[in-house]
Design a protein around this ligand. Sequence first.
Ligand SMILES: [Zn+2]
Length: 190
Amino acid sequence: MAGRVQIFVSHSSRDPNRKLFSEAFAVTHVKAEVVEFENIITLPWWKTIKEKVAASVATFVLLSKPLEELKHTQDWIDFEVGLSCAEDKQVWVFEPQGQEIRFLVPYCTYYCIYDPTEPYDAEVKRLKWYIDMYAGETSSKTLWTAPSVTCPRDDCLLEFRVMSNVDTFRCPSCRKPLLWNRQTGQTDPV
Ligand SMILES: [Zn+2]
C-alpha cells in the first residue's frame, strides 16, 4: 500500500450516490479512504481519522439529503473538515444537482455540483479526471486554473474554485445563493 495516493472521503454511509463515487475511484489508481466508524479497530477514533486525513492528498466531502438528519455524522464531518484545513489539504465539496442540502462546510477549496441521475457515465468520467490529477496521471493544471469565486456576503467571503458550469448556486459555507458571471468573475448576492 505504501506510496499509493489516497483521497479521504467524508460522507454519510446513507448517501444514495456513494456508488457513483466508488465507481469513479475504481477506474483510477487512487485509493478512496472511506472511514466507517463501525469498522475502526484502532481506537480512539479521532486518532485514526487524523492519521488518515494527514496521509491523504485531499478530502472529498459528499453532501447528501440523509446527512441533514444525521447529527452524529455531521459532527464527524465537521471534525474531518477541520483536520483537513489544519493540514492544508484541499477540500472538495460535492453537491447533487437540484438538491438544496442544509449543511454548511466552513472551509472548502473546490465546489462541485454533479448530476446524480443514472446513467451517470459522464459524471464517473469527470470524477475520474479530477482524481487522476491527484495521481499524476493527467495534468493537474485544471486544479490551479479553474475559476475562483469569492462569496459576496460580507459575513462570509469564502474563496473557492468552482468545478461546474453553473451561473447560480449556493455558497458551500454560508449556504446563501449567489449569481456568478463566469466571464468576469463577478459575484452578486441573490
Ligand atoms: Zn458564503
